[in-house]
Design a protein around this ligand. Structure first.
Ligand code: F6P
Length: 318
């Protein structure tokens, strides 16, 4: 038996730990593991190699992905999917573990139609895969953002300024919500909820009357133009407003223990399910339990927004 593993889409801290888990679980069970370089692009280009126990030594603590990743446009076309499947079959590999976000899951589902047995593991800092409570990399990214927000808070307080901090997440506000809640933000702006800049400013001015010296606003990248928002805040409050885009630092760094454990459990589970002959599943953590869900069903799920954390954050940010 052979199992290939690839990482796809934006990288996330803990992807390496997941690759390690897949490879080591394969070796433990006498299966040949193959690493695909640059995600689906590596399948299209026949860029894969046999891995061994040493291939994944000393990577558990490293951010990024040692087998590389890419955003592969060809996988959105039938010809690309066919080519990717043919590469696997030509190498006599019928099993594939895909680590990525829901775009990568769609690629995996397409490959399953060509007879490839796939397992999908959620790896993205966005925490926007509906079937799982957590994606690998999210916890690390939240911690990175909170650390940055704490530093911004220091200087914001020294100067009595308003700091608007942009975090990633594509169209999803979950990273902003967790970072804002943990960072004690005065406001969190996310694409999923309408907001009134006037109401946010009114709250800040009331806070100022009470003696509050500065404010932090966490702004999700999907919520629109942060500079226009900041300009409007400045106009309405006459306070000095600074904008910080945390950018790609959120995607790097050593994964937290939580992300490493998530990666280890999910990678191990994916391989064990393939050994049992199961296929086309999404590995999820749901309500504290690791479960495997039908991939097509997992992809049809909606509702990733962290409503409860958002509501609590709103109530606490008086
Ligand atoms: O999906 C992860 C993510 O970092 C998003 O938060 C962000 O919108 C996007 O990837 C950035 O993608 P790229 O690396 O292609 O600029």
């Amino acid at each position: 038996m052979k199992i290939a593993v690839l990482t796809s889409g934006g990288d996330s801290p803990g992807m390496n730990a997941a690759v390690r888990a897949v490879v080591r679980e394969c070796i433990y069970n006498g299966i040949d593991p193959y690493g695909v370089k640059f995600g689906y692009q590596g399948l299209i280009d026949n860029n894969l190699y046999k891995m061994n126990v040493y291939s994944v030594a000393d990577i558990i603590q490293r951010g990024g992905t040692m087998i590389k990743t890419s955003r592969c446009q060809e996988m959105y076309e039938e010809a690309g999917v066919k080519k990717a499947a043919e590469t696997l079959l030509a190498n006599k590999i019928e099993n594939l573990v895909v680590i990525g976000g829901d775009g990568s899951y769609k690629g995996a589902l397409s490959l399953s139609k060509y007879g490839i047995n796939v397992m999908a593991i959620p790896g993205t800092i966005d925490n926007d895969v509906a079937c799982t409570d957590y994606t690998i990399g999210f916890d690390t990214a939240v911690n990175t953002a909170v650390e940055a927000i704490s530093k911004i808070r220091d200087t914001s307080l020294s100067h009595n300024r308003v700091s608007v901090v942009e975090v990633m997440g594509r169209n999803c506000g979950n990273l902003a919500i967790s970072a804002g809640l943990a960072g004690g933000a005065e406001a969190i702006v996310v694409p999923e909820r309408e907001y009134s800049v006037e109401a946010i400013c009114e709250k800040m001015l009331k806070g100022k009357d009470r003696g509050k010296l500065h404010s932090i606003i966490v702004y999700a990248e999907g919520a629109g133009d942060i500079n226009e928002f900041a300009k409007r805040v400045e106009e309405l409050t006459s306070l000095t407003v600074n904008v910080t885009d945390l950018g790609y630092i959120q995607r790097g760094g050593s994964p937290t223990a939580f992300d490493r454990i998530l990666a280890a459990r999910m990678g191990s589970m994916a391989v064990n399910l393939l050994i049992k002959g199961e296929k086309n599943k999404a590995i999820c953590l749901r309500g504290g339990e690791y479960v495997a869900m039908d991939l097509e069903e997992a992809l049809s799920m909606e509702g990733v927004f962290d409503e409860e954390n958002y509501n609590v954050a709103m109530r606490l940010s008086i």
